[in-house]
Design a protein around this ligand. Structure first.
Ligand code: SAH
Length: 246
């Protein structure tokens, strides 16, 4: 499964200590259709533990770019978001994984995006966060806020995956969307409906106004498109003809 909307997003891991975590990150990414992994000065890599924890996502490990510094890893990126468990005394604009996904997917396919994750024991330095436009914080227990590295990547990639799916679906439905019925078409439908209900003897004259208002409310809630309206008009024509025949 390919998600073109996610192909310009890179997960960047800074000085990861445990190779197992790098494997865990690759697995978390591949589950969410992401495949661009960049490693800044990993302590031990490649390593059997990384491959084993990747459990089938080792193609991402094989293709991972390795860089000596964060600066070099993000040199070609226009949007850089740093993930941190801690709020900082110097304030960066703080965003959630959902907001981060929205920002990433609002970019065009030509924008390279980096999501940067820190060291297991000490996270990202303020100098590294200086290279980021936003600080991404995963909302969680304020007294126990540091997630395992691969778990943090999982949450962030999950939100990207969900947003990308919604965006893709919207753009598909936008393409073959039937136009909504206009007010004029709806008005003509209500006239037709009222006439039919009268013809079949359903409408009591003293209750016509309040019933029609309630029916309008039901139909207005559904935002009918023109094809759906055609079906309803077809039913009305059918019941009028049927009524005349009897
Ligand atoms: N002890 C470190 C946390 C390291 S966890 C510290 O105090 O900063 C490893 C990395 O996972 C972090 O650098 C961060 O990128 C990510 N991470 C873990 N928990 C997170 C959270 N709640 N919000 C955002 N990122 C988180």
């Amino acid at each position: 499964m390919e998600f073109p909307l996610l192909s310009n997003i890179k997960i960047v891991l800074v000085e990861t200590s445990h190779p197992g975590n790098i494997g865990g990150v690759a697995r978390a990414m591949k589950n969410m259709c992401m495949n661009q992994l960049r490693l800044v000065n990993p302590k031990i890599f490649p390593h059997a533990e990384a491959t084993s924890r990747a459990s089938g996502a080792d193609d991402l490990l094989a293709r991972a770019g390795i860089y000596p510094t964060l600066q070099e890893a993000i040199a070609d990126c226009q949007l850089v978001i740093g993930a941190s468990a801690r709020s900082r005394t110097i304030s960066w604009p703080e965003i959630s994984p959902r907001e981060s996904a929205a920002k990433c997917l609002a970019q065009s396919a030509e924008t390279n995006i980096a999501l940067v994750f820190g060291r297991e024991n000490s996270g990202l330095t303020n100098q590294e966060l200086d290279l980021c436009q936003y600080l991404l914080k995963i909302p969680c227990n304020s007294e126990y806020s540091s997630l395992n590295l691969a778990a943090a990547v999982q949450v962030v990639c999950y939100e990207l995956f969900i947003s990308a799916g919604e965006k893709q679906q919207n753009s598909q439905t936008d393409k073959d969307e039937t136009p909504l019925a206009s007010a004029e078409q709806m008005e003509s439908f209500y006239q037709h409906l009222q006439q039919t209900l009268a013809d079949i003897g359903f409408l009591q004259p003293e209750k016509t106004q309040s019933l029609m208002r309630k029916l309008r409310r039901i139909y207005n809630r559904t935002l009918l498109d023109t094809k759906e309206l055609d079906i309803l008009r077809g039913i009305l024509r059918f019941s009028q003809n049927h009524n005349q025949d009897n």
